[in-house]
Design a protein around this ligand. Structure first.
Ligand SMILES: N[C@@H](CCC(=O)N[C@@H](CS)C(=O)NCC(=O)O)C(=O)O
Length: 191
C-alpha cells in the first residue's frame, strides 16, 4: 500500500493517523513545486492524499477512509459522523483556499465576495463544531476526531486562526495530543 501526500497536509495527516498500525509506503511530494507533474500522474484533481493499493487507486481522504474501513473490517460512519466530516471539510477547504490565495500574493483579508464567503463559511463551521465539541462529540479518538484534530493543529501551525474564541475546539486539541501517531505526523516536521 502506498500513500501519496505531503508532511504538511491536514487531509493527508488524517489518513496517516488512520494507518498508524499498518505497514505502508509514504511518498512525500512537493505538490506545488518540484513534484507537480508526478502528482498529476497520480491524481487528476491535483490534490492529496491518494492511496494506491495493488490495482486500486483512490483519490479523496473520505473515499480512502471508506475503503480502509471496508478492507480492515471497521464499522461504517454514522450519518451524524458524516455530517461532522462535511463541516470539518467545509472549514478545512476554506482555510486551504485562503492559504493558497496568500501564497499567490493575494490579500485574502480584502472585502471581496470570494474571500468573504470563505471567512463566513469558516466562522459558521467552527461555531457548529464548537457546539458539537462542547457536547462531547470529539471526546473519543475516532475518525471525525482525527480529522478535527488535523484541522485545528494545521491552522495553529500555519497561524491561520486563533482558537481562543473556540475553547472546546482548543480542548479537543489538548486532550488528544498524545494519541498514537500524532507526534510522528506533526506538520511542523515539514519545515
Ligand atoms: N477533498 C479532498 C481535499 C484534499 C485537499 O484539498 N488537499 C490539499 C492539501 S491540504 C491539496 O491537495 N491542495 C492542492 C490544491 O488545492 O491545489 C480530500 O479530502 O482528500
Amino acid at each position: 500500500m502506498q500513500l501519496i501526500g505531503s508532511l504538511a497536509s491536514p487531509y493527508v495527516r488524517r489518513t496517516r493517523l488512520l494507518l498508524v498500525d499498518v505497514d505502508y509506503e509514504f511518498r512525500d511530494l512537493a505538490i506545488y513545486d518540484a513534484d507537480k507533474a508526478e502528482l498529476a500522474r497520480h491524481n487528476p484533481t491535483l490534490k492529496i492524499p491518494t492511496l494506491v493499493d495493488g490495482g486500486t487507486t483512490l483519490f479523496d481522504s473520505r473515499i480512502i477512509q471508506r475503503y480502509l474501513a471496508e478492507r480492515f473490517g471497521h464499522s461504517p460512519l454514522s450519518w451524524a459522523e458524516e455530517n461532522q466530516l462535511t463541516v470539518i471539510d467545509g472549514a478545512n477547504d476554506a482555510f486551504v483556499a485562503l492559504f493558497l490565495a496568500e501564497r499567490s500574493g493575494l490579500d485574502s483579508s480584502q472585502d471581496a465576495m470570494i474571500y468573504n464567503r470563505h471567512r463566513e463559511r469558516i466562522r459558521a463551521c467552527l461555531d457548529w463544531l464548537e457546539t458539537a465539541a462542547d457536547g462531547g462529540a470529539f471526546d473519543a479518538w475516532h475518525y471525525p476526531t482525527i480529522c478535527l484534530y488535523c484541522l485545528v493543529d494545521w491552522v495553529a501551525f500555519r497561524e491561520l486562526h486563533d482558537l481562543s474564541g473556540q475553547p472546546a475546539l482548543a480542548a479537543v486539541r489538548e486532550r488528544h495530543r498524545g494519541q498514537p501517531g500524532v507526534a510522528a505526523t506533526d506538520p511542523r516536521q515539514a519545515v
